[in-house]
Write a protein that binds this ligand. Structure first.
Ligand SMILES: [Fe+2]
Ligand SMILES: [Fe+2]
Length: 350
């Protein structure tokens, strides 16, 4: 890590204890501009193995300061472990503010939702107390309500796709993938005739957390997965563990009525295949549940969207493309894809 940024700040001289166990890494992305932090932020100086206080709890970081860190590729900051609860409160209030933003233009609203998803997904491994967990879950519910409302309120669900494609960015991340799968899951469920609010909530929530287990793997594995790069056998074996790890993470951390059996099934089964050769359990068609089959389709569509995000194409075109890809294979529920295709219009293309 480049440590020169310590020179930018008035707190640069405070050298503190270098015990790694006392500090917890956070991401630069977690810090929003001009928000009082409420806890001290540190930089790590690898040359002398020290943590240096960079910003005081009572201060804020402005946009330029954050940009300078980004420019210097300093993406990792640190907090004291004793401050984890304060940090979770900071993140949670930022998420709430983002989701309550009365953005008057669609682009600003999409951006707020996208940042909120980043904060939610990246903070799951920081939850330490029961109140953190409750807050985290409430934020997931708020985010998924926004996702569902946006889709339900469009005249034609195909047109909701236009805003969903803006959730993707040049750098595919777990958060933007999760947000896209959550949204696509709702569109698919609706185009299959589901309008029950509970089902839509389970789909949106399950889509948001379906890959949460990827965050438990070495970042190199998930990066290769999202960038469609070749993996070693050992990396593939690790990747195949993510559905199980996701379920364990949710069961361990979350005691919420929103984590239903259907949500856990979505997380566990989203890489199972119709032919019974998927992972982690190689379930057969008859053993597969309905909602995970929807999220499996949404998951594949999300990768197709990533490949074609620069082009002006409709959701119907991407679904058609997926159906052609899947012809003769027994991976996804092809009958389900066919029904989705029949019920989508071409919608507006940008
Ligand atoms: Fe996955
Ligand atoms: Fe996924």
């Amino acid at each position: 890590m480049n440590s020169s940024s310590k020179n930018e700040n008035k707190n640069e001289n405070e050298i503190v204890n270098d015990a790694d166990n006392d500090y917890k890494q956070i991401q630069l992305l977690d810090i929003l501009p001009n928000q009082i932090l409420g806890l001290d932020i540190y930089l790590y100086l690898p040359t002398n193995n020290k943590y240096v206080k960079y910003i005081n709890a009572s201060d804020t970081m402005d946009f330029d300061q954050l940009q300078r860190l980004k420019f210097k590729k300093i993406n990792e900051l640190f907090i004291k472990r004793v401050d984890i609860e304060k940090y979770n409160r900071y993140i949670s209030s930022n998420i709430r503010a983002l989701l309550n933003t009365n953005a008057n233009n669609e682009e600003a609203k999409q951006k707020s939702v996208k940042v909120a998803a980043e904060l939610i997904i990246s903070s799951i491994d920081m939850l330490s107390s029961d109140s953190d967990i409750i807050e985290w879950n409430n934020n997931c519910v708020e985010l998924t309500k926004t996702v569902i409302d946006d889709i339900v309120q469009t005249d034609d669900i195909s047109t909701a796709f236009d805003s969903i494609s803006d959730y993707l960015s040049d750098r595919p991340t777990l958060a933007n993938h999760s947000l896209v799968v959550s949204s696509l899951g709702v569109i698919i469920a609706m185009s299959l005739g589901n309008s029950d609010p509970r089902t839509l909530s389970e789909i949106a929530y399950g889509g948001l957390v379906h890959d949460i287990g990827l965050g438990e793997l070495p970042s190199k594995v998930s990066e290769k997965y999202f960038n469609n790069e070749e993996m070693t056998l050992a990396e593939m074996a690790l990747l195949k563990e993510h559905p199980r790890k996701g379920v364990i993470l949710l069961q361990r951390n979350i005691k919420s009525k929103n984590i239903t059996d259907n949500v856990l099934k979505i997380v566990f089964e989203h890489h199972e295949n119709i032919c019974g050769k998927g992972y982690p359990n190689g379930l057969s068609y008859n053993e597969l549940s309905y909602l995970p089959k929807i999220i499996s389709i949404a998951d594949k569509l999300s990768f197709k969207m990533m490949q074609s995000r620069k082009e002006d194409i409709s959701l119907k075109y991407i679904v058609l493309n997926l159906m052609r890809d899947q012809a003769g294979k027994e991976l996804l529920d092809n009958k389900m894809i066919k029904v989705v295709l029949e019920n989508l219009s071409y919608g507006r293309t940008k």
